[in-house]
Design a protein around this ligand. Structure first.
Ligand code: B3K
Ligand code: ZN
Length: 857
């Protein structure tokens, strides 16, 4: 393979060594100037054990002005990314003065400026862009921070409690912060700016009063209330469900518009993407409200699972992320609809995590080798990690699991620990042997579980034969059987429950017998997705219809609808390949008609079913995909259902669309989309809902139905939407995303024009994700155009982002590296694009890691 970058080195879990020095205390002082901020860092450094190694600190893009030990200036050696100091002392005070340039920091890592305010992002390895330090999570220090800035930067914030503030000369002022909890450098935060402030308070279970503050861009105070309410809900929930109380006197959230991810759990000072803070009914959808509640919860829950107990090294990232995602999912499920939240979580695994695991970036939830850590904030580490925690919860039960959590905190509060330490606490507290279960942490890949069954009428025995196999990839060790909690319901053909239980499936092949069964059985397998595996069982249409109508688990009803729909699509793909016309079984149409008409079904659940599996969901079900046939067959099945049920859809929509709750709005929007896709198109209804909408959920529902139906009114509605919202960036993101999804050959020209739109900016990750990320990830038909133009378009975008913001570049490249199941021609076109990226003279480590892995595949 040709290559013209120095091959960036990878780090391996197996090479972990305890730090040679510790830094128990750090005083940081900042003099904030946009292009020349001065950072003075005074560390108390202590040799860790008997050795005479030099002190080696991490640092990137820093200009070192002074270095001294115990007040004496000292010689240092600078190497790429490192600073070396030779000393015989076992304990000393190290002072380093550096200059940095926040204004020109477009990577949005370290200290940077967002819309005129200073802010930081240090996880995973951004602190080394602020000062030279032992920038690794197992070095825990107590921080004292002093910030100086012109008074125009009204709020000067950092972690912990404010201990001093005052005026300085020449229109400057200062503030000093002290964080009593030792923390790793990735949890450090600083914010300086003039913002609007929403204040409230929370009285903890032991009666302490905590001041709560949400800072937002000026003029947005009215959009901060939902975030504040969500925070209070999360604080109460964590006390109630996990017995965990907040530990500082103040909790601050700052919303910034320029942010690489969703949010960051810095101790006492969370920094958030505005997307996960700002909302009111006019400008945010029900899904946005839900997303805010969940991310606010997630970051808050990190205070214990992440901040109080943190990771020993970055390979252990799932220790905090898998566990905290599990906790935020439980929070959402306890305060909202459990089945609907579970469906959302399952979709992330099946659509995204399975794809990651089948692609070149496949890794275990505890990775073993990493080039760029930012590449491992993945659906595998986060979401599969949460599934692994969920399986432990299933195996131990709520009581056993909570006992495990208690022991985990009793043993490890204030420490930096490993995933093994967590599992050990679960095992010791519950007495459940988790030896085999631990393989979930080390084995990559999606296990395939195949099920066959038989029924012995005379003996009254139903038998299930289960096999499991995790695909082995080149260079990987042989995969061993996993401990899979396999949740099962058996129903009779009328839909009555015969039994409900969780099987311990631990062998490569295992048989289970159920006695006293005197009627043919409909099995509901892997209920609620009790393990993150692919399930293979030949369901009949009749069985699926029984499950869709009667499974005790609502999630299982939805799953049955997905299987029913998918079977219909794949059958038509096969027919197309054999030059036969497409067909749709009336029983399938009736199954969906039942959902449209159903009285008993929760509206939010009905909406989930009627959204029908996306092309990405379908692509994840097969190992090779005939994309053109798939797109055609999926359209045929959706349109056939829409057309055949048009009358019922219309009738239900008319009744529903006035009911004022989120579930009904979701149901109404799903029905409207079917109407837009049906034979008539129902332009007048789309326009009516759009122009008469009283909230963003309805307006966007109509607009997105018009986009999906390629309706005549589409462009007029888009123009009206732009007219109204062009000054509100987060709403314009919705407008950008919708257009990125238009399935028409001229969408590439449209994207080019939209990049020139005044509301668009390549420097803002939200805009880039909304327009360009959505195109690559969601507009399957146009991104994968047969002529390769979609791939070439994205390659040019990635080239631009490579130098300005490598993290975002490496995120939006995902659809371009997951090409293994496409046809040879498309694979060839993508490989050419990746070769071009590899040839870039300044290719970032982030892209280097992904592109080389993809090309090796
Ligand atoms: N811990 C942060 C993510 C940091 C990502 C660094 N590239 C947000 C979260 O998971 O809560
Ligand atoms: Zn997290």
């Amino acid at each position: 393979m040709s290559q013209n970058v120095n091959q960036p080195a990878s780090k391996r879990l197996a090479d972990y060594r305890a730090p040679a020095f510790l830094i128990p205390e750090l005083s940081l002082s900042f003099r904030l100037v946009p292009t020349a901020t001065i950072v003075t860092a005074c560390s108390r450094v202590v040799r860790n054990g008997a050795h005479n190694e030099p002190l080696v600190l991490d640092g990137e893009d820093l200009e070192l002005l002074e270095a001294s030990i115990n007040g004496q200036s000292v010689a240092v050696q600078q190497q790429p990314g490192k600073l070396l100091l030779e000393t015989d002392l076992d304990e000393f005070e190290l002072t380093l003065v550096t200059r940095i340039n926040p204004q020109d920091n477009s990577t949005l890592e370290g200290l940077y400026m967002s819309d005129g305010a200073y802010c930081t992002q240090c996880e995973a390895e951004g602190f080394r862009r602020i000062t030279y330090f032992l920038d690794r999570p197992d070095v825990l220090a107590k921080y004292n921070v002093r910030i100086e800035a012109p008074v125009a930067f009204k709020y000067l914030l950092s972690n912990g409690n404010k201990v001093d503030s005052g005026e300085l000369e020449d229109g400057w002022h200062y503030a000093c912060w002290q964080d009593p909890f030792p923390k790793p450098s990735y949890l450090f935060a600083l914010v300086a700016g003039d913002m609007d402030l929403l204040e409230d308070s929370f009285c903890t279970v032991s009666g302490r009063n905590v001041k709560l503050q949400v800072f937002v861009d000026k003029g947005n105070l009215h959009k901060a209330h939902h975030a504040m309410a969500s925070l209070k809900k999360a604080m109460a929930w964590d006390e109630h469900r996990f017995g965990l109380e907040y530990d500082l006197d103040i909790y601050m959230i700052v919303a910034v518009d320029f942010f690489n991810m969703g949010a960051m759990e810095n101790k006492g000072l969370n920094i958030f993407n505005t997307k996960y803070v700002l909302a009111d009914e006019q400008s945010a959808t029900d899904d946005d409200f839900h997303g805010i509640e969940s991310v606010i919860g997630h970051e808050y829950f990190h205070n214990w699972t992440g901040d109080r107990v943190t990771c020993r090294d970055w390979f252990q990232l799932s220790l905090k992320e898998g566990l905290t995602v599990f906790r935020d999912q439980e929070f959402s499920s306890d305060v909202g609809s459990r089945p609907v939240n579970r469906i959302h979580a399952i979709k992330v695994i099946k659509n995204q995590q399975f794809a990651e695991d089948a692609g070149p970036m496949s890794h275990p939830i505890r990775p073993e080798e990493v080039i760029e850590m930012n590449n491992f904030y993945t659906v595998t580490v986060y979401n599969k990690g949460a599934e692994v925690i969920r399986m432990m919860h299933t195996l131990l039960g709520e009581e056993g699991f909570q006992a495990g959590m208690k022991l985990y905190f009793a043993r490890h509060d204030g420490q930096a620990v490993t995933c093994d330490d967590f599992v050990q606490a679960m095992q010791d507290a519950s007495g459940k042997d988790l030896t085999q279960f631990r393989r979930w942490y080390s084995q990559a890949g999606t296990p395939q579980v195949s099920v066959t069954d038989s029924f012995d009428t005379d003996a009254g025995i139903y038998r299930l034969q289960l096999t499991q196999n995790t695909p082995q990839r080149p260079g990987e060790p042989a995969k061993l059987p996993l401990h899979i909690p396999f949740s099962l319901e058996l129903l009779d053909c009328q839909g009555n429950t015969l039994l409900n239980e969780v099987l311990d499936f631990t062998e490569a092949e295992q048989a289970f017998e159920f006695t006293g069964i005197h009627t043919p059985v409909v099995p509901s397998l892997l209920q609620d997705f009790s393990a993150p595996v692919r399930l293979d069982y030949q369901f009949t249409v009749e069985q699926l219809l029984v499950l869709m109508a009667h499974a005790s688990s609502e999630v299982a009803r939805w799953e049955a609808s997905v299987t029913l729909f998918s079977q219909a699509v794949w059958k038509n793909v096969a027919r197309l390949q054999q030059q036969q016309g497409m067909v749709l079984d009336n029983r399938i149409i009736d199954g969906f008609r039942g959902v449209i008409l159903s009285d008993g079904l929760d509206h939010a659940l009905a909406a989930e079913i009627l959204k029908m599996p996306s092309v990405s969901t379908l692509m994840e079900q097969v190992s090779e995909v005939a994309l053109d046939a798939l797109l055609c067959a999926r359209d045929y099945v959706v349109d056939s259902i829409a057309t055949a049920c048009e009358e019922e859809v219309l009738a239900r929509y008319q009744v529903l669309h006035n009911i004022d709750d989120a579930g009904s709005r979701a149901f109404g929007n799903a029905l409207l989309t079917l109407l837009a896709r049906g034979a008539d198109g129902h332009e007048a209804l789309l326009e009516r809902q759009f122009y008469h909408a009283t909230n963003m959920t309805e307006a966007l529902g109509a607009l997105s139905a018009a986009v999906e139906g390629n309706s005549d009114c589409r462009d007029a509605l888009l123009a009206a939407f732009e007219q109204r919202w062009n000054k509100v960036p987060l709403v314009m993101d919705k407008w950008f995303s919708l257009q990125a999804n238009i399935n028409a050959p001229d969408v590439l020209q449209r994207l080019q024009q939209l990049q020139q739109h005044p509301a668009f900016s390549m420097g803002n990750p939200n805009r880039v994700r909304a327009l360009l990320g959505t195109f690559a990830a969601a507009n399957v038909a146009q991104f994968h155009r047969a002529d390769g133009a979609g791939y070439r378009f994205m390659t040019e975008i990635i080239k631009q982002l490579n130098s300005s913001n490598p993290q975002v570049a490496a995120r939006i490249i995902t659809p371009l590296i997951q090409f293994g199941k496409l046809d040879a021609q498309r694979q060839q076109q993508i490989r050419q694009c990746l070769q071009q990226l590899l040839a870039l003279p300044d290719l970032s480590r982030d892209l280097y890691e992904k592109v080389t892995k993809a090309l090796q595949a």
